[in-house]
Design a protein around this ligand. Structure first.
Ligand SMILES: [Ca+2]
Ligand SMILES: [Ca+2]
Length: 425
């Protein structure tokens, strides 16, 4: 087939598909009435866990309806899961392959904002060549503070080619916040939809995307205020730039990897997704010893009374999950320890205090985990940071919490909690 004929066919498809796109059912506003999976932690998050996998089958086999997109992409990730990469995305949620072929659809509405040292379009996808089709799956918890409940939060996406955003409540029920399946001839979209939460806390989220060819982009942003939601091809009038409309990118500080607010692993870039069927179930759930498959379907350390120690078993008879000799196990609370025996050693959100036994000092000294020296802030676009000091899992979590408890450089959409405002000099 000649190039000219291909081009003509492409234009016809674009017109037909574009027309169909205008008839696409609008996104249905979501109300999450059930409570969260966990309370709001008193530290900032480190970002979502993003898996990336090459789509080797023909693009025509991608799931192409709103009803099948998320389930189809999840089935794709479940098949031969070893062939995917996973890493924590520790920057604003703006992914791009930074393709500029005279057109810059890959840049989206947020240009020069995230990871600008590596490209104007945004943080690089793991795959940036414009001819490899691939899928991504981002998982974790979204922080919804008290200031953000009871009114619509508008979620906005700029995407090339397709995506979905699912929010889970504390009972594990899935709510389709955004679904934009691939559409022949219309690769680039803006879609917004309103989600109203009834309670503050951490809500599991899952963002799936598919890139077919040429430009690749995935921006997730939010806006709280009056806004008329829409779904349109990116170049279809009226073009509403989300950044200009007041939307701000989801920030890694509002995105967590565990109910406790702590990272999945001592290495802050490292993460592991697990089988959602096993999410929140007792035992290791396919994760390594000492970890379990949590409510966001991510492996995270078993450091609470519900999931404690190498086998991630619940503590019985009021025992607390405590750090002992660099590991965690259930420890009986002495009868004279007071009414509640204090919070779990590694569950700083449980007790509302940040003071913990210092694992580096066996003399009974304590350490304030939020007063640990602050680490380097900033974008953190996948570059490995310095190794976290040794001292066991507890010390690692404590240091990590200390580092991220201090990351308050930019406002976060959902954060009512802020670091104390520094006086200007
Ligand atoms: Ca961008
Ligand atoms: Ca594309």
């Amino acid at each position: 087939m000649s190039f000219r004929r291909l081009l003509a066919l492409s234009i016809v498809f674009s017109i037909v598909a574009g027309t169909a796109g205008m008839a696409t059912a609008a996104q249905v506003p979501v109300v999450v009435a059930e409570g969260p999976a966990a309370p709001v932690p008193n530290v900032d998050g480190t970002g979502l866990c993003v898996a990336t996998k090459v789509w080797a089958a023909p693009a025509s086999s991608l799931p192409q309806t709103a009803d099948t997109f998320a389930s189809g992409m999840n089935a794709f990730f479940a098949a031969n899961p070893q062939s995917q990469t996973m890493a924590v995305h520790r920057a604003p949620f703006d992914l791009s392959n930074n393709l500029n072929d005279g057109r810059t659809m890959s840049y989206g509405d947020f240009v020069g904002v995230a990871c600008s040292q590596t490209g104007q379009g945004g943080c690089p996808f793991v795959i940036t060549d414009p001819t490899t089709a691939f899928g991504t799956r981002a998982r974790g918890f979204l922080r919804v503070t008290a200031a953000s409940v009871g009114h619509p939060i508008h979620f906005g996406v700029y995407v090339d080619d397709a995506m979905s955003l699912t929010v889970f409540d504390g009972a594990g029920k899935a709510h389709a916040a955004l679904v934009r399946p691939p559409q022949l001839g219309v690769p680039t979209w803006r879609v917004t939809n309103a989600v109203t939460f009834s309670s503050p806390g951490l809500y599991p989220v899952e963002i799936l995307s598919a890139q077919i060819t040429e430009h690749a982009a995935l921006e997730i942003s939010t806006f709280e205020g009056t806004f008329t939601d829409f779904e349109r091809a990116a170049n279809q009038a009226p073009v509403v730039n989300l950044r200009s409309s007041g939307f701000t990118l989801l920030d890694s500080t509002d995105l967590f990897q565990s109910e406790e607010g702590s990272p999945s692993f001592p290495e802050l870039e490292r993460c592991q997704q697990c089988d959602r069927e096993l999410a929140g179930k007792p035992g290791n759930g396919g994760c390594s010893a000492g970890s379990h498959c949590n409510a966001a379907a991510l492996c995270s350390p078993c450091v609470t009374s519900m999931f404690c120690g190498p086998s991630c078993s619940p503590c019985e008879d009021g025992a607390k999950c405590s750090s002992v000799d660099g590991g965690f196990r259930c420890v009986a609370v002495p009868a004279d320890a007071g009414t509640d025996g204090g919070p779990d050693a590694a569950s700083p959100i449980d007790g509302g205090t940040n003071v913990r036994p210092d694992p580096e000092r066996p003399d009974g000294s304590t350490v304030d985990v939020l007063a640990a020296p602050a680490g380097a802030g900033g974008c953190g676009c996948r570059q490995a940071r310095g190794a976290v000091p040794s001292g066991g899992v507890f010390a690692t979590i404590a240091v990590a919490l200390g580092v991220f408890g201090r990351r308050c450089a930019r406002p976060a959409t959902f954060s009512a909690r802020r670091c104390p405002r520094r006086s200007r000099r």
